[in-house]
Design a protein around this ligand. Structure first.
Ligand SMILES: Cc1ncc(COP(=O)(O)O)c(C=O)c1O
Length: 625
């Protein structure tokens, strides 16, 4: 079935293009990209508290003041610690508002799981932002870090999760001795046995970590339910409770915890989760854990990487949890006190605070410069191509065009062995794909179904080479296919000329970003070369829209929302290490300060990491410019 729109008014004309459209196309200013904007000249800017600074200005300032710094490179990671404080306040306010709206009398508690980003420029802003925010450790090393950063504020809660050995438990005991406010999770019967042997029930605050028996969709769905690697199975829970009661530890259990997975975009799942956890909470209280009064819902608050979540999704998440808790309390029909609600959001706290500014080095073209079919010199190719062109021009349905496109790829690629033939066939394919796109536009297709977004005729014809490594800066792009928004730094005031893939300088074909989320508009919008850049309903597409291909090498892209996990899991593929770190602060008087924190990791340091001492230089391994 095709859809034919007689009016043919299915897109935006060039003269109708404006920066509002650019905001829509790239999701700028929406949800978690609220700190980005576009100015009248089409420059991308950071916008905080009503003040704007363009990336062009940031880059110029860095070049002027740090161009001669050791390991200066044209790409860098931009950190905005102020966005962490913004997120912390947003999370707390969302819960407080949801509690008020739903007339819920429990308290709100939160800890930041430092595994998400242990960098100083993340952890310090968390504790500076909120005097009551706690921290979560997953290992001995993380606990050592936490001890050091809150040594003057020992009343902040520290939740110790993760697999525990006697050394970890002894470190926790030492922290208790020193006056820190420690909560220790029990994740197995084995851990429970060690804890009852080592700990004093008078000075112990326990958390029972339970496998979240909940079905949710997402990358980390295997971290929920009975297959979860973490937490007590329901059968273990019974044994652990019996053990704790037998050893006089029943009143040390204050909290139950379950982490339902990361990046849970289905907010409704949290209501089911709230209900499940509250049912368990009531049951455990009735089994004698009378001091139990906190439910810790772990992490899971999603970040809007695609610009596709509902507005106010942080509030929706908080509301969903509290509704679930209330549902269960109402079902219990007893005197169970409403539990305090605790969360361990990680991604939700740090993702916004860093982004990678990638310098474009050059633009490569997939096809030879396109001309006209009549200009093709090899007769066989010219004849085949002319026949296909005729078919394209006569076709009246999108599915026919898709079939023609498949055939032309097969036929024109067949029997080519001479360079000239390959060249001519490549030209012919490029010209015909363009004709297919034009025909689709002329026929006025308007729906996602008929526009067949995965077809080759939408594939970008240009590859921008960026001075970065996907593996070092956004490893989750390859590990779990995490989407990170890629936005050009300039020329956003122009209707996009075409779309590109952004490839890095590693020699791995996974080192590129081709995905681009097509935002939901009533009718699809197109680039000047007829590629869809928005789509009714919104969906993942291919190719980053670009205002001017020619000027791209003077500028580049921002890869946004990289502040969660990417620093912790970076890889030095091809011996490309960390990019320079630059901090941006908006000061009280509304002026900006830009601080060059470190240069790129030097070749010498990277070689040392793989066992070669005294080799290399202090220069950085990225491309000079
Ligand atoms: C126990 C626990 N808490 C919190 C988090 C943080 O999750 P998120 O970043 O989705 O908020 C994780 C992540 O794996 C976790 O395992």
């Amino acid at each position: 079935m095709t859809q034919y729109d007689d009016s043919g008014v299915n897109d935006v004309r060039e003269d109708e293009w404006n920066i509002d459209r650019a905001r829509t196309v790239y999701g700028i200013g929406k949800n978690d990209l609220h700190f980005l904007d576009v100015n009248e000249d089409g420059d991308l800017c950071v916008r905080l508290r009503g003040q704007s600074i363009t990336f062009r200005e940031i880059i110029q300032r860095l070049e002027t003041s740090n161009g001669d710094s050791p390991s200066y490179t044209s790409s860098f990671t931009l950190r905005i610690p102020g966005l962490i404080a913004h997120q912390i306040a947003k999370i707390r306010n969302s819960f407080l508002k949801a509690m008020k709206d739903l007339d819920y009398s429990g308290d709100f508690l939160a800890v930041y799981p430092i595994k998400v980003n242990q960098r100083r420029d993340c952890v310090i802003p968390v504790i500076m932002a909120d005097r009551k925010y706690g921290l979560e450790a997953g290992t001995k090393a993380e606990l050592e870090l936490i001890k050091a950063v809150i040594q003057k504020e020992k009343d902040r809660q520290i939740v110790c999760n993760g697999a525990k050995d006697p050394e970890y438990l002894n470190l926790i005991l030492q922290c208790i001795e020193e006056g820190y406010n420690m909560s220790v999770s029990i994740e197995s019967l084995h851990e429970a046995n060690m804890i009852v042997d080592l700990f004093d029930p008078e000075r112990t605050d326990l958390v029972l970590r339970i496998k979240p028996y909940l079905s949710v969709e997402g990358h980390w769905s295997h971290s929920t339910g009975r297959d979860s690697k973490f937490g007590l199975s329901i059968h273990d829970l019974h044994d652990v409770v019996d053990l704790l009661k037998g050893k006089g530890f029943e009143s040390t259990v204050r909290t139950i915890l379950a982490h339902a997975g990361s990046q849970i975009t289905d907010t409704k799942a949290f209501r089911r989760f709230g209900r499940f956890m509250t049912g368990l909470y009531s049951e455990l209280r009735s089994r004698g854990l009378s001091e139990l009064h906190v439910i810790d819902f772990g992490g899971g608050l999603a970040i809007d990487y695609e610009g596709a979540l509902e507005e106010n999704h942080t509030y929706a998440y908080a509301e969903s949890i509290i509704r679930g808790v209330k549902d269960a309390l109402a079902e219990e029909n007893s005197e169970v006190p409403p539990p305090d609600i605790m969360i361990e959001s990680g991604r939700g706290v740090t993702a916004l605070s860093s982004m990678v500014v990638v310098k474009a080095l050059e633009v490569r073209s997939v096809f030879p410069a396109l001309s006209d079919i009549s200009d093709l010199k090899v007769k066989a190719v010219r004849e085949k191509a002319s026949k296909f062109l005729e078919e394209i021009e006569k076709s009246s349905s999108a599915s026919d065009l898709a079939k023609i496109s498949d055939r032309l790829h097969r036929d024109l690629a067949a029997d080519m062995d001479e360079l000239q033939e390959i060249l001519e066939s490549e030209s012919a394919i490029g010209i015909l794909e363009k004709s297919v796109r034009t025909r689709l536009r002329t026929l006025g297709f308007t729906s996602a179904d008929t526009l067949l977004p995965e077809r080759s005729f939408w594939h970008p014809e240009h590859i921008a080479i960026g001075n970065f490594s996907v593996f070092n800066s956004i490893a989750d792009h390859v590990l779990v296919k995490q989407h990170f928004p890629a936005i050009p730094l300039t020329d956003l005031h122009l209707q996009p000329e075409t779309t590109v893939r952004l490839a890095d300088i590693t020699c791995d074909s996974d080192g590129e970003i081709a995905n681009f989320y097509l935002q939901n508009t009533e009718l699809p919008w197109f680039s000047k070369d007829n590629r869809p850049i928005t789509m009714p309903g919104g969906q993942m597409g291919l190719g980053i829209p670009i205002g001017s291909l020619e000027r791209l090498p003077d500028t580049g892209f921002v890869l946004a929302l990289t502040g969660a996990y990417q620093d912790a899991i970076e890889m030095d593929h091809n011996l490309l290490g960390d990019l320079p770190d630059v901090e941006l602060h908006l000061l009280e008087d509304n002026t900006w300060s830009l601080r060059w924190v470190t240069g790129a990791e030097s070749i010498r340091k990277i070689l040392e990491d793989v066992g070669y001492l005294g080799l290399g230089t202090d220069g950085d391994p990225y491309m000079g410019d």
